[in-house]
Design a binder for this molecule. Structure first.
Ligand SMILES: [Zn+2]
Length: 266
């Protein structure tokens, strides 16, 4: 028999060359049976990683760094799942969010937008805001949330791990809190967005410090480095959101930015 993936000769249920399990023909029945099993697998997969991150987040990161990886999700996959959950939560509460944005638009801002050629600012601004949040939780989040946390940890705790290891730490911790807040959002935002943000901020601090202690050892230096890292990362992320939110009021912001840069460098 041959491996269906790399054509090497098969002697075992797994290919000795590429590691793929002996492939069986695709049937809807097999897919339906396999997919939930993969996602909800209690020894690995999303649910396992999620539960273990709740119980001992530091140990998950420590295991992953030390090479005990088979029972956990890849941290980047965990991030993408958390981001998707966040987008789903956003879609769920988009009407409330749009109403809040609309209420925050002043008469002056509406007139300015109309003058700039936006026909219906009350629909246009919330739509642009949602687009901003979508970007914020995907590639922008990696750049302005995960990366700053990784850099600060690398600088503050340099002897405890290299850049990639600090990146794995940041990805696991931030993804987990993003996922938890996304799951809580339908409940917490019923009360207020301020409550939702306060809970999120508390969870970011709690999980960063808790995971750092479990992963790098409990010491004052580790505690303060974790606090500093999450503080700077959260500030960077909020600043990105705030800047983006300021920019979407200006339909011609790319031109304005180019002009400002040109003026600054001339
Ligand atoms: Zn193979």
């Amino acid at each position: 028999m041959q491996c269906m993936n790399c054509a090497a000769e098969l002697h075992d249920p797994y290919c000795g060359q590429c590691g793929q399990a002996q492939a069986v023909p695709l049937r809807t029945r097999t897919l339906l049976k396999e997919l939930p099993g993969r996602a909800l697998n209690l020894e690995r997969g999303v649910l396992h990683t999620f539960v273990q991150m709740w119980r001992h987040p530091g140990q998950v990161v420590r295991h992953y760094i030390d090479g005990k990886r088979r029972c956990y999700l890849n941290p980047l996959t965990y991030y993408l799942i958390a981001a998707s959950a966040q987008l789903l939560a956003l879609w769920w509460m988009s009407e409330d969010l749009a109403a809040m944005i609309r209420a925050g638009l002043s008469e002056g801002a509406i007139n300015e937008l109309r003058a700039a050629g936006v026909q219906d600012p009350l629909t246009w601004v919330p739509e642009r805001y949602e687009l901003l949040i979508q970007n914020a939780y995907t590639w922008l989040g990696l750049m302005t949330f995960v990366l700053p946390m990784t850099l600060v940890l690398r600088l503050a705790l340099g002897n405890k791990g290299n850049f990639a290891e600090m990146g794995v730490f940041s990805l696991f911790v931030l993804s987990h809190v993003i996922l938890v807040t996304a799951l809580l959002a339908p409940v917490t935002t019923q009360f207020s967005f301020a409550l939702h943000s306060a809970i999120a901020a508390g969870l970011y601090v709690l999980f960063s410090v808790w995971a750092a202690a479990g992963c790098f050892g409990a010491s004052l230096r580790v505690f303060s480095s974790a606090l500093l890292a999450i503080g700077i990362a959260y500030f960077s992320f909020l600043t990105t959101l705030r800047t983006g939110n300021g920019l979407i009021r200006y339909p011609d912001w790319p031109e304005r930015l180019t002009a400002a840069l040109a003026a600054a460098f001339s």
